[in-house]
Design a protein around this ligand. Structure first.
Ligand code: NAD
Length: 483
């Protein structure tokens, strides 16, 4: 892959700016048609793209198909939104005056994405950005350029005019930063780590650029004593080890009521030990490799941290090298028990197949532990008690809450995002998607033919026969009869 820098970013931003006016003038439903064609083309090429993804970043093929499916769904959803991009018509306080709102694009949007959902996450940004009339410069992660390029080729084939979507490849601190800093970029949408989010937010803040941040997580499943334990174990296996734990919503903490912690941990450990690692293209394989050597080293580093902190390593905790596993970045699904909530392994995002089990004495203490991290993306509870479920729904401090399901599994028709260090309050997908990529314009149309002054020439403000101003010394209004 050729590494682009400031010059390539400048070319891309110029192309995006040149395409902006015409794209903005293209009617919403016409832009939406292109998104529908994108969705249909992705569907036709789903298997090919999924295989490319598995080869490029390692997630198992069934999950890679799910990744492409998210983009297909987003295309359909945004295509429909193109005929429903409603504003409001609001009554004016003055006669013969009309008032309404409409969405307008932000301009040129920089979309910066991670490698763990190499087609889904770009689609969450680029499709609503295009629908709203923006043009885009897309900077994908260095680990997944092939998926990113394939996605942009689909957009091109679907009829996106030249200059409307542009792609630049390169390092984050070089190419990515040049995009964020470029004066021709009006807004930035980043999905990535908290450290990068901070740097991007600082750079945007100094230029007063709109910025949307979807950052890390330290998600938890709470398991109460009354829960269906088999279901909870299935949820923990899928939430903890799906995508080899490399999801922002991955279940990395299991907070369990003491009465069931032994049974739950035994069953969870047995399932984790039995998971089959290997090449994600093999349909028998359940857990693929980590994305890179660097990621493998980070995950193994956290195993050493957990050991040093005094947690008990129950399962895994090592690089897997038997047979062909030696050829990839495979790490054994790992479970730590005897973990206390303030340990680093219980607080920091690991982004690998590591789950820590933390005991809790009650629903209240479980919710307290679940909420006690710097992140707030996805939290879940397993319980059969409706009251406990609703208490958790209300008090878990996160952007997404699940009941009797793990912390992963978001659907594109609902808003996605988190609180605290997980982001800056923006939401992607769902009805919120267009809010990220458009601004409201308020429009007033006065057809009275004379100057009318808001707040002054109103029924209340003017000396109107129906509402005369009180004259000095006038009797106070009569008290209406009671009862
Ligand atoms: P990362 O932060 O290292 O990189 C994300 C993107 O930012 C990449 O394209 C990278 O090149 C770019 N980048 C890096 N430094 C930059 C800079 N100074 N200026 C501009 N761009 C820069 O993250 P990653 O390792 O690719 O992905 C993993 C992280 O992403 C995890 O923390 C994970 O939780 C998070 N993530 C969050 C969500 C969410 O929706 N909340 C979804 C997926 C992943």
């Amino acid at each position: 892959m050729a590494l682009g820098g400031g010059d390539e970013v400048d070319l891309a931003v110029r192309a995006a700016r040149a395409a902006l006016t015409d794209w903005h003038r293209t009617p919403w439903p016409a832009r939406a048609e292109i998104l529908l064609r994108t969705s249909l083309l992705l569907e036709q090429r789903k298997e090919e793209l999924a295989r490319l993804m598995t080869r490029e970043m390692g997630k198992v093929l069934t999950e890679a198909r799910g990744d492409v499916q998210e983009a297909i769904d987003m295309g359909r959803f945004m295509a429909g939104a193109g005929r429903r991009a409603f504003g409001e018509t609001v009554p004016s306080e003055l006669r013969d005056k009309w008032a309404m709102t409409m969405r307008q694009p932000l301009g040129v949007v920089g979309c910066i994405t991670p490698w763990n959902f190499p087609i889904a996450i770009p689609s969450w940004k680029i499709l609503p950005a295009l629908l709203a009339g923006n043009t885009v410069v897309f900077k994908p992660a260095r680990d997944t350029p092939a998926c990113a390029m394939a996605f942009v080729e689909v957009l091109e084939e679907a009829g996106t005019p030249p200059g409307v979507v542009n792609i630049v490849f390169g390092r984050g601190d070089d190419c990515g930063m040049a995009l964020v800093d470029h004066p021709g970029v009006d807004a930035v949408s980043l999905t990535g780590s908290v450290e990068v989010g901070r740097r991007v937010a600082e750079a945007c803040g100094s230029q007063l650029k709109k910025v949307s941040l979807e950052l890390g997580g330290k998600n938890a499943i709470v398991v109460m004593g009354d829960a269906d334990l088999e279901l909870a174990v299935e949820g923990a296996v899928w939430g903890g080890f799906g995508t080899t734990g490399q999801r922002c919503t991955a279940t990395s903490r299991l907070i369990v009521e003491r009465s069931v912690i032994a049974d739950l941990t035994d069953a969870f450990a047995a399932r984790a030990r039995a998971l089959r690692l290997g090449d994600g293209l093999d349909p028998e394989v359940e857990v693929g490799p980590l994305v890179s050597r660097a990621q493998l080293e980070t995950v193994d580093g956290y195993t050493q941290v957990g050991r040093a902190e005094g947690a008990r390593l129950l399962v895994g905790g090592e690089v897997a090298t038997e047979g062909t596993l030696e050829e990839g970045w495979f790490y054994r699904p790992t479970i730590f028990t005897e973990v206390s909530p303030r340990m680093r392994i219980a607080q920091e995002e690991i982004f690998g197949p590591t789950v820590v089990v933390i005991p809790a004495d009650s629903l209240e203490s479980a919710i307290g532990i679940a909420n006690d991290t710097a992140y707030g993306l996805s939290l879940a509870i397993y319980t059969r008690d409706l009251g406990r479920a609703f208490r958790a729904i209300t008090e878990l401090h996160a952007g997404i809450v699940y009941v009797n399901a793990p912390t992963i599994g978001a659907e594109i028709q609902l808003p996605f995002g988190g609180v605290k260090n997980t982001g800056n309050g923006q939401r992607e997908a769902g009805s919120a998607a267009l809010d990220e990529f458009s601004e409201w314009k308020s429009v007033y149309i006065d057809y009275s033919g004379r100057l009318q002054r808001a707040q002054i020439d109103t029924m209340r403000g003017a000396a109107h026969p129906a509402n005369p101003p009180p004259s000095e010394g006038a009797a106070p209004p009569a008290t209406p009869p009671q009862g």
